[in-house]
Design a protein around this ligand. Structure first.
Ligand SMILES: [Zn+2]
Length: 379
Protein backbone atom coordinates (compact mmCIF):
# COMPACT_ATOMS: atom_id res chain seq x y z
CA UNK A 1 0.00 0.00 0.00
CA UNK A 2 1.12 3.55 -0.64
CA UNK A 3 2.91 4.78 2.52
CA UNK A 4 0.77 7.95 2.68
CA UNK A 5 -2.49 5.98 2.71
CA UNK A 6 -0.98 3.45 5.09
CA UNK A 7 -0.15 6.33 7.45
CA UNK A 8 -3.62 7.85 7.03
CA UNK A 9 -5.27 4.60 8.10
CA UNK A 10 -2.85 4.27 11.00
CA UNK A 11 -3.72 7.79 12.18
CA UNK A 12 -7.49 7.23 11.90
CA UNK A 13 -7.10 4.09 14.02
CA UNK A 14 -5.62 6.14 16.87
CA UNK A 15 -8.26 7.89 18.99
CA UNK A 16 -7.22 11.55 19.26
CA UNK A 17 -10.50 13.17 20.31
CA UNK A 18 -9.81 16.59 21.82
CA UNK A 19 -10.12 16.30 25.62
CA UNK A 20 -11.05 19.97 25.99
CA UNK A 21 -14.06 19.36 23.74
CA UNK A 22 -15.02 15.97 25.16
CA UNK A 23 -13.82 15.69 28.77
CA UNK A 24 -12.04 12.43 29.53
CA UNK A 25 -11.25 11.63 25.91
CA UNK A 26 -7.92 10.39 24.58
CA UNK A 27 -6.14 13.55 23.47
CA UNK A 28 -3.05 13.67 21.28
CA UNK A 29 -0.40 11.81 23.33
CA UNK A 30 -0.83 8.43 21.59
CA UNK A 31 -0.97 9.87 18.09
CA UNK A 32 2.12 11.96 18.90
CA UNK A 33 4.07 8.78 19.73
CA UNK A 34 3.10 7.30 16.35
CA UNK A 35 4.17 10.52 14.61
CA UNK A 36 7.55 10.51 16.33
CA UNK A 37 8.08 6.96 15.03
CA UNK A 38 6.99 7.97 11.53
CA UNK A 39 9.32 11.00 11.52
CA UNK A 40 12.23 8.81 12.67
CA UNK A 41 11.57 6.31 9.89
CA UNK A 42 11.68 9.17 7.35
CA UNK A 43 14.84 10.60 8.90
CA UNK A 44 13.39 13.93 10.03
CA UNK A 45 14.87 15.75 12.99
CA UNK A 46 12.06 15.61 15.54
CA UNK A 47 11.01 18.11 18.17
CA UNK A 48 8.27 17.32 20.68
CA UNK A 49 6.83 20.49 22.16
CA UNK A 50 4.31 20.28 24.98
CA UNK A 51 1.63 22.91 24.43
CA UNK A 52 0.13 21.73 27.73
CA UNK A 53 0.37 18.66 29.94
CA UNK A 54 -0.01 15.59 27.67
CA UNK A 55 -0.76 17.80 24.67
CA UNK A 56 2.37 17.41 22.50
CA UNK A 57 3.01 19.08 19.16
CA UNK A 58 5.33 16.98 17.01
CA UNK A 59 7.53 18.91 14.58
CA UNK A 60 9.76 17.24 11.99
CA UNK A 61 12.46 19.08 10.07
CA UNK A 62 14.15 18.23 6.81
CA UNK A 63 17.20 20.43 6.17
CA UNK A 64 18.26 21.20 2.62
CA UNK A 65 21.84 20.83 1.43
CA UNK A 66 22.30 24.60 1.32
CA UNK A 67 20.67 27.51 3.12
CA UNK A 68 17.49 28.86 1.59
CA UNK A 69 13.85 29.57 2.17
CA UNK A 70 11.86 27.64 4.71
CA UNK A 71 8.43 26.14 4.17
CA UNK A 72 6.11 24.95 6.92
CA UNK A 73 3.39 22.35 6.49
CA UNK A 74 0.97 22.44 9.42
CA UNK A 75 -1.94 20.21 10.40
CA UNK A 76 -3.88 19.46 13.55
CA UNK A 77 -4.05 15.91 14.85
CA UNK A 78 -6.98 16.27 17.26
CA UNK A 79 -10.52 15.48 16.16
CA UNK A 80 -14.00 16.31 17.38
CA UNK A 81 -15.98 13.68 19.31
CA UNK A 82 -17.39 10.44 17.95
CA UNK A 83 -20.81 10.17 19.67
CA UNK A 84 -23.27 8.36 17.39
CA UNK A 85 -20.61 6.99 15.03
CA UNK A 86 -20.24 3.28 14.38
CA UNK A 87 -16.56 2.23 14.38
CA UNK A 88 -15.01 5.73 14.20
CA UNK A 89 -11.48 4.37 14.67
CA UNK A 90 -11.69 1.55 12.14
CA UNK A 91 -10.56 2.99 8.82
CA UNK A 92 -12.48 1.33 6.02
CA UNK A 93 -11.92 1.77 2.31
CA UNK A 94 -14.83 1.55 -0.14
CA UNK A 95 -14.76 2.62 -3.79
CA UNK A 96 -11.85 4.99 -3.41
CA UNK A 97 -13.04 6.54 -0.14
CA UNK A 98 -11.48 6.09 3.27
CA UNK A 99 -13.97 6.39 6.13
CA UNK A 100 -13.42 7.15 9.81
CA UNK A 101 -13.28 10.04 12.30
CA UNK A 102 -10.67 12.54 11.18
CA UNK A 103 -10.40 11.05 7.68
CA UNK A 104 -11.26 14.44 6.17
CA UNK A 105 -10.64 16.76 9.15
CA UNK A 106 -7.75 16.39 9.00
CA UNK A 107 -5.72 13.22 9.28
CA UNK A 108 -5.69 13.00 5.47
CA UNK A 109 -4.01 16.41 5.27
CA UNK A 110 -1.56 15.37 7.98
CA UNK A 111 -0.78 12.11 6.13
CA UNK A 112 -0.34 14.05 2.86
CA UNK A 113 2.12 16.56 4.33
CA UNK A 114 4.15 13.85 6.08
CA UNK A 115 3.96 11.73 2.92
CA UNK A 116 5.39 14.68 1.00
CA UNK A 117 8.33 14.89 3.40
CA UNK A 118 8.88 11.14 2.92
CA UNK A 119 8.87 11.42 -0.88
CA UNK A 120 11.39 14.27 -0.75
CA UNK A 121 13.62 12.53 1.81
CA UNK A 122 13.61 9.28 -0.17
CA UNK A 123 14.33 10.91 -3.53
CA UNK A 124 17.50 12.83 -2.82
CA UNK A 125 16.36 15.24 -0.13
CA UNK A 126 15.88 18.98 -0.32
CA UNK A 127 18.29 20.97 -2.48
CA UNK A 128 18.12 24.08 -0.34
CA UNK A 129 16.24 25.65 2.55
CA UNK A 130 14.25 23.80 5.12
CA UNK A 131 10.96 21.92 5.31
CA UNK A 132 9.14 22.00 8.65
CA UNK A 133 6.31 19.49 9.16
CA UNK A 134 4.24 20.55 12.16
CA UNK A 135 1.57 18.34 13.72
CA UNK A 136 -0.28 20.44 16.27
CA UNK A 137 -2.80 19.78 19.03
CA UNK A 138 -6.12 21.35 19.97
CA UNK A 139 -7.24 23.08 16.78
CA UNK A 140 -10.80 21.93 17.39
CA UNK A 141 -10.94 23.81 20.69
CA UNK A 142 -8.57 26.71 21.43
CA UNK A 143 -5.55 26.07 19.16
CA UNK A 144 -3.05 26.00 22.01
CA UNK A 145 -0.92 23.85 19.68
CA UNK A 146 -0.57 26.43 16.91
CA UNK A 147 -0.10 29.21 19.48
CA UNK A 148 2.81 27.26 21.00
CA UNK A 149 4.22 26.27 17.60
CA UNK A 150 4.79 29.85 16.45
CA UNK A 151 6.68 30.72 19.62
CA UNK A 152 9.38 28.26 18.56
CA UNK A 153 9.11 27.78 14.81
CA UNK A 154 8.96 30.30 11.97
CA UNK A 155 9.03 29.89 8.20
CA UNK A 156 8.96 31.98 5.03
CA UNK A 157 5.70 30.36 3.94
CA UNK A 158 3.09 28.02 5.37
CA UNK A 159 0.55 25.54 4.07
CA UNK A 160 -2.17 24.38 6.44
CA UNK A 161 -3.49 21.13 5.00
CA UNK A 162 -7.11 21.45 6.12
CA UNK A 163 -9.55 19.93 3.60
CA UNK A 164 -10.11 22.31 0.66
CA UNK A 165 -11.06 19.86 -2.11
CA UNK A 166 -7.60 20.58 -3.59
CA UNK A 167 -8.37 24.28 -3.98
CA UNK A 168 -5.99 26.86 -2.57
CA UNK A 169 -7.74 28.90 0.12
CA UNK A 170 -6.24 32.30 0.86
CA UNK A 171 -8.89 33.67 3.23
CA UNK A 172 -11.24 32.63 5.97
CA UNK A 173 -13.49 34.26 8.56
CA UNK A 174 -12.61 34.99 12.17
CA UNK A 175 -14.94 35.06 15.15
CA UNK A 176 -15.65 36.91 18.38
CA UNK A 177 -17.68 35.57 21.29
CA UNK A 178 -19.50 38.21 23.30
CA UNK A 179 -21.44 37.83 26.53
CA UNK A 180 -24.28 40.20 27.41
CA UNK A 181 -25.93 40.31 30.80
CA UNK A 182 -29.16 42.21 31.42
CA UNK A 183 -30.02 43.21 34.94
CA UNK A 184 -33.52 43.04 36.42
CA UNK A 185 -34.93 43.12 39.92
CA UNK A 186 -36.18 39.97 41.63
CA UNK A 187 -39.71 40.24 43.01
CA UNK A 188 -42.80 38.16 43.65
CA UNK A 189 -44.59 37.48 40.38
CA UNK A 190 -47.74 39.15 41.70
CA UNK A 191 -45.98 42.50 42.21
CA UNK A 192 -45.21 44.06 38.83
CA UNK A 193 -44.53 47.39 40.49
CA UNK A 194 -41.52 45.90 42.30
CA UNK A 195 -40.14 43.51 39.68
CA UNK A 196 -37.91 44.30 36.69
CA UNK A 197 -37.81 41.46 34.15
CA UNK A 198 -34.24 40.77 33.00
CA UNK A 199 -35.41 38.26 30.38
CA UNK A 200 -37.83 40.71 28.77
CA UNK A 201 -34.99 43.22 28.68
CA UNK A 202 -32.84 40.66 26.90
CA UNK A 203 -35.68 40.40 24.39
CA UNK A 204 -35.00 44.02 23.44
CA UNK A 205 -31.33 43.13 23.00
CA UNK A 206 -32.23 40.16 20.82
CA UNK A 207 -34.44 42.28 18.59
CA UNK A 208 -31.58 44.75 18.10
CA UNK A 209 -29.14 41.91 17.41
CA UNK A 210 -31.42 40.54 14.75
CA UNK A 211 -31.49 43.93 13.05
CA UNK A 212 -27.71 44.16 13.35
CA UNK A 213 -27.30 40.71 11.80
CA UNK A 214 -29.60 41.61 8.92
CA UNK A 215 -27.44 44.66 8.29
CA UNK A 216 -24.25 42.61 8.41
CA UNK A 217 -25.51 39.95 6.04
CA UNK A 218 -26.80 42.58 3.63
CA UNK A 219 -23.70 44.73 4.01
CA UNK A 220 -20.14 44.61 2.74
CA UNK A 221 -19.21 41.19 1.45
CA UNK A 222 -15.61 40.00 1.21
CA UNK A 223 -14.83 38.75 -2.29
CA UNK A 224 -13.99 35.23 -1.14
CA UNK A 225 -15.75 34.66 2.20
CA UNK A 226 -18.90 36.78 1.81
CA UNK A 227 -20.45 39.01 4.49
CA UNK A 228 -20.12 38.94 8.27
CA UNK A 229 -22.92 37.56 10.44
CA UNK A 230 -23.88 36.87 14.03
CA UNK A 231 -26.10 34.47 15.90
CA UNK A 232 -27.31 34.08 19.48
CA UNK A 233 -25.70 30.88 20.73
CA UNK A 234 -26.64 30.36 24.40
CA UNK A 235 -29.10 32.00 26.74
CA UNK A 236 -29.80 31.57 30.41
CA UNK A 237 -31.95 33.36 32.98
CA UNK A 238 -34.67 33.11 35.55
CA UNK A 239 -35.00 31.22 38.82
CA UNK A 240 -38.57 29.98 39.07
CA UNK A 241 -41.97 30.52 37.49
CA UNK A 242 -43.41 32.75 40.18
CA UNK A 243 -40.61 35.33 40.32
CA UNK A 244 -39.33 38.22 38.24
CA UNK A 245 -35.90 37.21 36.91
CA UNK A 246 -33.05 39.38 38.19
CA UNK A 247 -30.61 38.47 35.42
CA UNK A 248 -30.36 37.02 31.95
CA UNK A 249 -27.12 36.08 30.19
CA UNK A 250 -26.72 35.73 26.44
CA UNK A 251 -23.62 34.48 24.67
CA UNK A 252 -23.37 35.22 20.98
CA UNK A 253 -20.97 34.54 18.18
CA UNK A 254 -20.08 37.15 15.57
CA UNK A 255 -18.23 35.85 12.52
CA UNK A 256 -15.82 38.46 11.19
CA UNK A 257 -14.43 38.97 7.69
CA UNK A 258 -10.97 40.15 6.60
CA UNK A 259 -10.67 43.92 6.91
CA UNK A 260 -12.75 44.24 10.07
CA UNK A 261 -10.95 45.59 13.15
CA UNK A 262 -10.26 43.52 16.29
CA UNK A 263 -13.04 43.87 18.83
CA UNK A 264 -15.65 44.89 16.26
CA UNK A 265 -18.36 42.74 17.84
CA UNK A 266 -17.76 44.14 21.31
CA UNK A 267 -18.09 47.68 19.92
CA UNK A 268 -21.27 46.87 18.03
CA UNK A 269 -22.85 45.36 21.12
CA UNK A 270 -21.88 48.34 23.30
CA UNK A 271 -23.40 50.75 20.75
CA UNK A 272 -26.59 48.71 20.70
CA UNK A 273 -26.80 48.68 24.51
CA UNK A 274 -26.28 52.45 24.55
CA UNK A 275 -29.25 52.87 22.24
CA UNK A 276 -31.39 50.77 24.57
CA UNK A 277 -30.19 52.74 27.62
CA UNK A 278 -31.17 55.98 25.92
CA UNK A 279 -34.62 54.61 25.14
CA UNK A 280 -35.21 53.50 28.73
CA UNK A 281 -33.15 54.93 31.62
CA UNK A 282 -34.08 51.87 33.68
CA UNK A 283 -32.47 49.48 31.18
CA UNK A 284 -29.31 47.97 32.66
CA UNK A 285 -26.92 45.71 30.81
CA UNK A 286 -23.22 44.97 30.47
CA UNK A 287 -21.16 43.14 27.87
CA UNK A 288 -17.73 41.63 27.51
CA UNK A 289 -15.71 39.87 24.82
CA UNK A 290 -15.14 36.26 25.94
CA UNK A 291 -12.78 35.06 23.21
CA UNK A 292 -11.83 35.97 19.69
CA UNK A 293 -9.78 34.76 16.75
CA UNK A 294 -8.87 36.92 13.82
CA UNK A 295 -9.82 36.28 10.20
CA UNK A 296 -7.15 35.34 7.69
CA UNK A 297 -6.26 36.77 4.33
CA UNK A 298 -3.39 36.46 1.89
CA UNK A 299 -3.47 38.33 -1.43
CA UNK A 300 -5.00 35.98 -4.04
CA UNK A 301 -2.08 36.71 -6.34
CA UNK A 302 0.57 35.97 -3.70
CA UNK A 303 3.20 33.70 -5.31
CA UNK A 304 2.64 31.03 -2.65
CA UNK A 305 -1.01 30.73 -3.72
CA UNK A 306 -0.49 30.92 -7.46
CA UNK A 307 2.49 28.56 -7.37
CA UNK A 308 0.63 25.95 -5.33
CA UNK A 309 -2.41 26.20 -7.59
CA UNK A 310 -0.20 25.69 -10.64
CA UNK A 311 1.34 22.57 -9.08
CA UNK A 312 -2.07 21.21 -8.08
CA UNK A 313 -3.35 21.76 -11.62
CA UNK A 314 -0.25 20.14 -13.08
CA UNK A 315 -1.08 17.12 -10.91
CA UNK A 316 -4.56 17.00 -12.40
CA UNK A 317 -6.64 18.85 -9.78
CA UNK A 318 -9.32 21.41 -10.74
CA UNK A 319 -7.74 23.90 -8.40
CA UNK A 320 -8.90 27.48 -7.84
CA UNK A 321 -8.14 30.28 -5.41
CA UNK A 322 -10.98 30.28 -2.86
CA UNK A 323 -12.01 31.39 0.63
CA UNK A 324 -13.25 29.14 3.46
CA UNK A 325 -15.96 29.95 5.95
CA UNK A 326 -14.46 28.23 9.01
CA UNK A 327 -11.59 29.49 11.16
CA UNK A 328 -8.24 27.64 10.99
CA UNK A 329 -4.71 27.70 12.38
CA UNK A 330 -3.65 29.57 9.21
CA UNK A 331 -4.75 32.72 11.05
CA UNK A 332 -2.26 31.95 13.85
CA UNK A 333 0.55 31.31 11.37
CA UNK A 334 -0.09 34.47 9.38
CA UNK A 335 -0.42 36.57 12.54
CA UNK A 336 3.05 35.27 13.46
CA UNK A 337 4.42 36.49 10.14
CA UNK A 338 4.21 33.26 8.15
CA UNK A 339 2.28 33.94 4.93
CA UNK A 340 -0.06 30.96 4.71
CA UNK A 341 -2.59 29.22 2.52
CA UNK A 342 -4.87 26.25 3.05
CA UNK A 343 -4.62 23.26 0.75
CA UNK A 344 -5.93 19.78 1.45
CA UNK A 345 -7.74 16.74 0.08
CA UNK A 346 -11.35 16.18 -1.00
CA UNK A 347 -13.96 14.57 1.20
CA UNK A 348 -17.12 15.13 3.18
CA UNK A 349 -18.72 14.74 6.58
CA UNK A 350 -16.29 16.65 8.74
CA UNK A 351 -17.69 16.79 12.29
CA UNK A 352 -20.54 14.55 11.01
CA UNK A 353 -21.53 10.95 11.64
CA UNK A 354 -20.08 9.66 8.38
CA UNK A 355 -16.75 11.22 7.49
CA UNK A 356 -14.65 10.22 4.50
CA UNK A 357 -11.82 11.37 2.30
CA UNK A 358 -11.23 10.65 -1.36
CA UNK A 359 -8.05 8.53 -1.41
CA UNK A 360 -6.68 9.66 -4.80
CA UNK A 361 -7.03 13.31 -3.69
CA UNK A 362 -4.78 12.60 -0.69
CA UNK A 363 -2.05 11.49 -3.09
CA UNK A 364 -2.60 14.47 -5.41
CA UNK A 365 -2.35 16.77 -2.39
CA UNK A 366 0.89 15.10 -1.32
CA UNK A 367 2.41 15.31 -4.79
CA UNK A 368 1.55 19.00 -5.19
CA UNK A 369 3.15 19.66 -1.78
CA UNK A 370 6.30 17.86 -2.93
CA UNK A 371 6.45 20.05 -6.04
CA UNK A 372 5.90 23.20 -3.98
CA UNK A 373 8.67 22.34 -1.51
CA UNK A 374 11.11 21.69 -4.34
CA UNK A 375 10.24 24.98 -6.03
CA UNK A 376 11.28 27.40 -3.29
CA UNK A 377 12.44 29.99 -5.80
CA UNK A 378 8.88 30.38 -7.11
CA UNK A 379 7.32 31.41 -3.83
ZN1 LIG B 1 -9.72 20.85 10.91
Amino acid sequence: MDPTLRLLKQLIAIDSVNPSLVPGSAGEAAIARALVEEFRSIGLTTDVQHAAHDRPNVVGVLEGRSPGRSLMFCGHVDTVGVAGMTRPFEPTERSGRIYGRGSQDMKSGVAAMIGAARVIAESGGLESGRLIVACVVDEEHASIGADALVTRWRADAGVVTEPTDLHVAVAHKGFEWVEIETEGRAAHGSRPGDGRDAIMRMGRVLAELETLDRGLQGGRAHGLVGPASLHASLIEGGRELSSYPDRCVLQLERRTIPGEPEGVAGQEVERLLDTLRQRDPEFRAASKIMFSRSSHELAPDHPLATCLRAHARARGAQSDIIGMSFWTDAAVLSAAGIPSVLFGPTGAGLHGLEEWVDAPSVLTCRDALVDLARDAREW
